[in-house]
Design a protein around this ligand. Structure first.
Ligand code: HEM
Length: 224
């Protein structure tokens, strides 16, 4: 682990590569659809969007190992002491700031947990997740987890939105423009981004692996 360098550099590469931006903006759309479809009992939509969301998050996690500079965990996950110093002194960072880095880890973990627990869940009436037979009698407990985790995820998303708004309008740091266009103000990278096609290949491989696992799952419902 090493701390993110300060943003002050002369380079002109996007700090957020195309995949990070596409994956990021897919999140509010997909999370919104998951919320609505879950509440309305539209499990047909819920399962397909959920599977796509899980693939995107898995691909994002792998991108954290081999993606562009600011996307890598090794770049933005810093020791708690650095996060504490940031809390006291502040500062501007090209990628995630030291606190933001930890919140990204938390959000990705919760999104992963949400998607994976969904695969093992069932509602005892109309819907069975593709791996619910693997979970057996524990499927009920996993379904509880799915619901509790959603509450925690909502709280974290609320914190995320408040934090982004705080930096954007109170501290006048152009986070939203950077997440939209790739770079803005001091939010630039000193290294060129990894090509989008590599990320898309990872995404397709994540989808194919999930598809294969679902096909192997015992007594999976036939519509998979
Ligand atoms: C309209 C609503 C949203 C806005 C305006 C927004 C804005 C942003 C911005 C500006 C960043 C970059 C922060 C930085 O520079 O360090 C960011 C990162 C991030 N946001 Fe959001 N966000 C929104 C919704 C969401 C939702 C619903 C999620 C789902 C949990 C989410 C998850 C993330 C994650 C995981 C990152 C890290 C990106 C990465 O490194 O891949 N965001 N968001």
């Amino acid at each position: 682990m090493r701390s993110s360098p300060s943003a002050v550099n002369g380079a002109d590469y996007p700090v957020w590569d195309a995949f990070i931006r596409l994956a990021h903006w897919y999140l509010p759309v997909a999370v919104g659809v998951m919320w609505w479809s879950g509440e309305q009992g539209r499990m047909d939509i819920h399962q397909w969007v959920g599977l796509s969301l899980l693939c995107v998050v898995v691909a994002r996690v792998l991108w954290g190992l081999i993606g562009s500079q600011a996307a890598r965990f090794a770049y933005f996950v810093v020791p708690p002491s650095v996060a504490w110093q940031y809390l006291r002194r502040g500062g501007q960072y090209a990628g995630h700031n030291p606190l933001g880095g930890w919140s990204v880890i938390a959000m990705l973990l919760l999104l992963l947990l949400q998607g994976v627990s969904g695969l093992f869940s069932r509602d005892d009436v109309l819907f069975e997740g593709p791996f619910s037979y693997w979970a057996g009698e524990r499927s009920g407990a996993v379904t509880e987890w799915h619901l509790i985790n959603w509450q925690v995820l909502q709280a974290l998303i609320a914190v995320h939105l408040v934090a982004v708004a705080w930096y954007q309008w109170r501290k006048r740091q152009p986070l939203i423009q950077a997440m939209w266009r790739g770079k803005a103000g001091y939010k630039m990278s000193s290294t060129p981004p990894q090509p989008l096609w590599i990320a898309l290949l990872i995404l397709v491989m994540a989808g194919a692996s999930l598809w294969g696992l679902i096909a192997l799952a015992p007594q999976a419902p036939s519509y998979y």
